[in-house]
Design a protein around this ligand. Structure first.
Ligand code: SF4
Length: 705
């Protein structure tokens, strides 16, 4: 038996795995005892990874050869790579010539490796010349990105996983790590057991497994997080728990924020949030007066029409109480996908350029032109592009004519599915680059390009704590599938040839692409110019910035990444959700994870045992609401928003707050009959700063079906 070290392809914890194989087939997997993210542990999803790579799965679930549809709705026919590449390049060139480069959009994924991201970024911006490249990370972490940038000056989570063990108080807000980041939750459990004085505060509208462990659960109304943070800050100021020297020396804007939160005594915040004032006072005391306080947060703060305001309101608490830049303290966003961080670093998003540069700045484009060896008339788009929701809305309007989609399933995962399906149907050309054959998006694809996946690819990923790990191939790519970056490079070369120029993506290996990416970080907040694949080989996974060595914790000297070195208190009023519950639609629907499933289940859905924990789609409501709405456990109910509807069995669950409703995010149309999946009802309204849609709140009616 052979063994190859790599990482788990699911969540942003970024656990190390040891892949067991015979050189041709993966036979087993176990946790890598040497990886600092997990020290050998794996959660249920990780433990069963090898079962997503069996010969049966490869035969029946994987996309194995390039395919082309003669027309929409027809069965795709197998074609050669040569035909596929040539035809796709010709069609993209024709659309570009007729409608301009901005008629083409590229929609990629936080599942891709950093090297794939880099190749796609060059494809969109340097080869096609479109600004419209975005990632499904837009649905995941973009509010955290903008929150960090506005408050601390850079998109850099300041903490390390070891801070979970070092913290005296942990505030979990809008996250359920017990299910979504299980290995970190295990670390949290162990840390609490070892420190009897430890305090755990959980802010969540649902009583989750994480909330079960808490000393204090603030079960707020959905969307009221900013009001709660303002109430907490009011209490911290009122009791004199502020870090006055730190505020004076290292921050700006406290007086403005202080004036705002003066109007938010805990009694008022309690009324808005649906909790008690006493609990707000208690949470404020534990957070501000503990020797070290860490906050862990995820989609409850991010997937919101006020996502950036929620993030900055939480960071305000850290700045006001000096809970940052020291062991066990700081705001720590838990990344959803395995390489959302790498995508941010390589700038493969509409609002980012490589090395955390800004596509809104001409000087940053000039630096990218120089880094990519292009002259000043290179045709780079020079501006920000459409973000995820905007891109599909533009396609639905007919402005985007061609979509190249990779490693993601927007016909399931995007909100407001009616608009997304309209967009896909209206496009002249849909290219889908995927490892799995049967996703909802595949039905709309004119070309299907088989991509290599976990266990078959070389590259790197960055996890939530800024740690870069090598991803390694254990076995050859299945059937005719190829690495994502290779697919991109080969078609890009044909487009460049059609435009009469030399290839702009000339990499021969994934490492070549990584070296280009590394150069783009020089002198930036994420500088990794001291790192190499050889060092990752000898020293293992490393945290950035890495110039002469790794960096475990940021801002320890009280200097932040802003131009003047001072962090910013961000003053934002509390705003209600984009749509409100009403007598016609009285339930506040949130979507979230099941413990053992991942995203659209294209991978986890191939493992029967992962359905043992929960095996069918359900809508959950509080038992107290069932009687008043004449709804019965197990009955089929119609869940209806202003955008669409689904019919599901009803489950009564006391862990759901009154007037709340909950559906797991994973269920697509193949699981919910002929319907559009759970995202038929969710909304595309997004945060004006981060452009992240409000998947955590949709006003719905629930009636007997
Ligand atoms: Fe994979 Fe995340 Fe589970 Fe670790 S915690 S094994 S990275 S799914």
């Amino acid at each position: 038996m052979n063994e190859t070290k790599s990482t788990c392809p699911y969540c942003g914890v970024g656990c190390g795995v040891v892949i067991e194989h015979d050189g041709q087939q993966i036979t087993g997997v176990r946790g890598d005892p040497d990886h600092p993210a997990n020290f050998g542990r794996l959660c249920t999803k990780g433990t069963n990874l090898h079962l997503t790579a069996t010969p049966v799965v490869i035969q029946h679930q994987r996309l194995r050869q390039p395919q082309r549809r003669a027309e929409r709705g027809a069965q795709p026919e197998v074609i050669s790579w040569r035909e596929a590449n040539r035809e796709i390049a010709e069609k993209l060139l024709a659309i570009r010539a007729e409608h301009g480069p901005e008629s083409i959009g590229v929609y990629i994924s936080g599942q891709l490796l950093t090297e794939d991201y880099h190749a796609f970024n060059k494809l969109a911006r340097a080869v096609i010349g479109t600004p419209h490249i975005d990632s499904n990370s837009r649905l995941c972490m973009s509010s955290a990105v903008v929150g960090y940038k506005q408050s601390l000056g850079a998109d850099a989570p300041p903490c390390s996983y070891e801070d979970i063990e070092l913290a005296d108080c942990i505030l979990v807000s809008g996250a359920n790590p017990a299910w979504a980041h299980p290995i970190l939750f295990r670390r949290l459990e162990v840390a609490r057991a070892a420190k009897p004085s430890h305090k755990l505060i959980v802010i969540d509208p649902r009583r989750t497994e994480t909330a079960e462990l808490a000393d204090l659960h603030l079960q707020i109304r959905p969307g009221t997080d900013v009001a709660l943070c303002h109430g907490l800050l009011h209490a911290i100021i009122a009791r004199g728990w502020t870090a006055d020297d730190f505020i004076a020396q290292s921050t700006e804007g406290f007086d403005t924020l202080k004036a705002l939160v003066a109007d938010w005594p805990p009694a008022r915040a309690a009324e808005v949030c649906g909790v008690t004032a006493a609990d707000i006072w208690q949470a404020a005391e534990w957070f501000a007066t503990s020797p070290s306080s860490l906050s862990l947060y995820c989609q409850g703060l991010n997937q919101s029409s006020s996502g950036t305001a929620k993030n900055t309101a939480l960071i305000n608490l850290h700045l006001a109480s000096g809970q940052i830049g020291k062991p066990g303290a700081g705001p720590f966003s838990l990344t959803g996908q395995p390489n959302a961080m790498g995508g941010r670093e390589s700038g493969g998003m509409a609002t980012l350029l490589p090395g955390h540069r800004d596509p809104g700045k001409a000087e940053d484009w000039a630096e990218i032109e120089a880094l990519w060896g292009l002259d000043q008339n290179s045709g780079l788009p020079g501006k920000r592009g459409h973000t995820a929701v905007e891109m599909f809305e533009a396609a639905a309007r007919g402005e985007i004519k061609a979509l190249w989609i990779a490693c993601t399933n927007p016909a399931q995962s995007m909100p407001d599915q009616a608009t997304v399906r309209q967009a896909l149907a209206r496009c002249e050309l849909v290219i889908l680059q995927e490892a799995f054959a049967h996703t909802a998006t595949a039905r709309y694809a004119d070309y299907l390009l088989p991509a290599a996946t976990w266990g078959e690819k070389e590259g790197t990923v960055t996890n939530s704590e800024r740690r870069i790990s090598r991803v390694r191939a254990a076995v050859p790519a299945a059937a005719e599938s190829r690495a994502d970056w290779q697919i991109v490079r080969d078609i890009a070369a044909l487009i460049d040839a059609g435009l009469g120029r030399a290839p702009r993506i000339a990499a021969a290996t994934a490492e070549d692409l990584w070296l280009e990416h590394r150069d783009a970080t020089r002198g930036r907040d994420l500088d990794i110019t001291g790192l190499s694949w050889a060092r990752l080989e000898t020293d293992g996974p490393q945290q950035w910035p890495y110039v002469s060595g790794p960096t475990a914790r940021l801002y320890t000297d009280g200097r932040f990444a802003t131009t003047d070195g001072r962090a910013r208190f961000i003053t934002r009023p509390y705003q209600a959700t984009a749509e409100a519950a009403s007598p016609e639609r009285p339930f506040a629907l949130t979507t979230g994870r099941m413990r053992d499933q991942w995203h659209g289940m294209s991978r986890t859905g191939s493992v029967p045992r992962l359905f043992a924990h929960e095996g069918r789609p359900l809508v959950r409501i509080n038992p107290g609401d069932a009687a008043s709405h004449q709804l019965a456990e197990g009955a089929l109910v119609l869940v209806q928003s202003s955008r669409g509807q689904v019919v599901l069995p009803l489950k009564l669950d006391a862990n759901v707050a009154p007037a709340g409703a909950d559906i797991a995010m994973h269920w697509g149309d193949e699981f919910i009959g002929a319907q559009l999946g759970v995202n038929a009802v969710t909304q595309g309204a997004f945060c004006p700063d981060s452009k992240q849609p409000e998947l955590k709140f949709s006003a719905v009616a629930i009636e007997p079906a």
